[in-house]
Design a protein around this ligand. Structure first.
Ligand code: NAD
Length: 505
């Protein structure tokens, strides 16, 4: 596929999905396709002054939207979902072109948006509170949930649209407005989603202006959103480096931050593991999406009794895995995002070698010329968990460690600063249950007989420690997008005080 045909295809999709050339040409932000390194658009950026105005408009939209009954708000999300279903092929393709995912992963990303919209529509008829037993006679004690306000969503390049929908679909049914600051590496898919949103709004008969606004740009415009007191909730997805800044800034003004940050996800392979299944799961978990998922498997902790049966086979899979253009081939491993990602990977490989690691793979592969960065995934046998093994390098590197005893494996597993996703392979119920128990994995996600990636939207998604502690998507994550109110009603004639306190006048 030539540079021109990628540019042409991007333009065709943008036009088809209602994004005008004024929004994607002649601006200051170049959008580069990792597929071949070509510039496919130049998007105008949002100034700080305009960001302030858009946040103001979002606040106004919130004041109106919160009055719309929640099931009616759900009806709007249902219409948005219809637009996503109709636009799935084109938007999925644009995800692949903009961030280099395989066609099936690009489509999977849109499917995730569809799924969370379905979830949110059902949720719009719930959003339930509690009736609590009061200690006072003739009193009713309840807890109810109100819309929170403007929700700021900052998203990462690697899930350019799905992560937005995890937040926005919930926020809309909860009665909030949304200001979205997409990754500066992936503004085109965001502009398409805004266009689909506007189509749904029209079919709905109009939503308040400013219910969804998009800020285009990098950290600066992101910080304008983060610092704005009119934004009570900021949901930020990205690196721990970013989360440290955003978390502190939001806390300074007593806002609520939902932080979804980096992971350093590990799997433990126990003596009772089904090694064929393990091999397939590790291959997808560690090499899928070229190692650029927050839940990518980055460490494999293998019992010494199965090490020699598993690792040579895995090394052979690494040697033979297909690497290529995600658009025109069936290759399983596509490109890294950019040169920075490639340099970061090479630095980690050097550091691992210095720490005594044996590196298999990791070399650059020429697929589409010097402006794109394709690599063979690397498997590194490590003598201990030191240096780069404790960090998240956003590239396909799997560190392999050996263990003798499950307690030692769990200590290694938990012995890194991040706490997103984890898994264990085995059929011994005692070992599995120990891993899932309070003395097991310390992560937000703990799987059994599967890898660390590929979560469903039904469960709450997020992790502990330097992953930030936030939860998004399913289960009761919606509560983070609402304001909790406890309410006591006295329907009697007396005025009993709680805890038996007396104050008779
Ligand atoms: P990044 O941290 O470079 O950028 C993420 C977003 O934060 C971008 O929109 C960026 O513009 C914005 N940003 C950066 N600095 C900011 C600041 N000071 N103020 C406001 N906004 C700021 O991350 P990336 O390279 O786009 O994505 C990869 C990272 O995201 C990895 O660490 C990955 O693990 C993580 N991630 C986490 C999850 C999760 O749910 N835990 C999901 C996807 C990605």
């Amino acid at each position: 596929m030539s540079h021109t045909s990628i540019q042409t295809e991007v333009r065709d999709i943008l036009e088809k999905l209602g994004v005008t050339a004024a929004d994607t040409q002649g601006g200051t932000l170049d959008v580069v396709s990792p597929v071949d390194g070509s510039v496919v658009a130049s998007v105008p950026e949002t100034s700080i002054a305009d960001a302030g105005k858009l946040i103001g408009a979002s606040h106004e939209a919130f004041l109106a939207w919160r009055l719309v009954p929640a099931p009616r708000r759900g009806e709007f999300v249902r219409l948005l979902n219809e637009e996503l279903r109709a636009g799935k092929e084109a938007l999925g393709r644009l995800v692949s072109l903009e961030v280099g995912k395989s066609p099936s992963e690009g489509l999977g990303e849109v499917q995730e948006m569809i799924d969370i919209c379905d979830f949110a529509v059902g949720l719009s008829r719930q959003l339930y509170g509690l009736v609590i037993q009061s200690e006072r006679e003739d009193h009713r004690l309840t807890e109810q949930w109100h819309p929170a306000g403007v929700v700021g969503v900052i998203s990462a390049f690697n899930f350019p649209v799905a992560v937005w929908s995890w937040n926005a679909a919930l926020a809309f049914v909860c009665g909030d407005s949304v200001v979205w600051k997409p990754s500066e590496k992936a503004p085109l898919t965001a502009l398409v989603v805004r266009s689909l949103f506007l189509r749904a709004a029209k079919k709905f008969g109009g939503v308040p202006d400013g219910l969804l606004t998009v800020l285009i740009g990098g950290a600066k415009v992101g910080e304008a959103l983060v610092d704005d007191a009119r934004v009570p909730v900021v949901s930020a997805t990205g690196s721990t480096r970013m989360g440290r800044i955003v978390g502190e800034r939001v806390a300074r003004r007593f806002g609520r931050a939902i932080l979804e940050l980096g992971g350093n996800n590990a799997s433990i392979v126990t003596p009772s593991a089904d090694l064929d299944l393990t091999l397939r799961a590790v291959a997808f978990g560690a090499m899928g999406t070229a190692g650029q998922r927050c839940t990518t498997m980055r460490r494999l902790i293998v019992h010494e009794s199965v090490y020699d049966a598993l690792i040579p086979k895995l090394v052979s899979v690494y040697k033979n895995i297909s690497i290529g253009n995600p658009i025109t081939s069936d290759a399983l491993v596509g490109p890294l995002l950019d040169q920075r990602a490639y340099d970061g990977m090479q630095q980690a490989l050097d550091a691992a070698k210095k720490a005594g690691g044996t590196v298999h793979g990791g070399e650059r592969v020429d697929v589409n010329g010097p402006k794109s960065y394709y690599v063979r995934p690397a498997l590194i046998e490590m003598p201990s968990q030191t240096g780069p093994v404790c960090e998240e390098t956003f590239a396909p590197i799997l560190y392999v460690l050996k263990y003798q005893d499950l307690n030692e494996a769990i200590a290694l597993h938990n012995g890194v600063p991040q706490g997103l996703s984890s898994s264990i392979f085995g059929t011994d119920i005692r070992e599995i249950e120990q891993f899932l128990s309070a003395r097991g994995s310390d992560c937000g996600i703990a799987n059994v007989n599967m890898g660390t990636s590929g979560a469903e939207i039904g469960g709450a998604f997020g992790g502990e420690k330097e992953t930030g502690g936030g939860r998004e998507s399913g289960s009761d994550s919606w509560k983070a997008y609402m304001r909790r109110q406890t309410s006591a009603v006295n329907y009697g004639r007396k005025l009993p005080l709680a805890q038996g306190v007396k104050f008779d006048i």
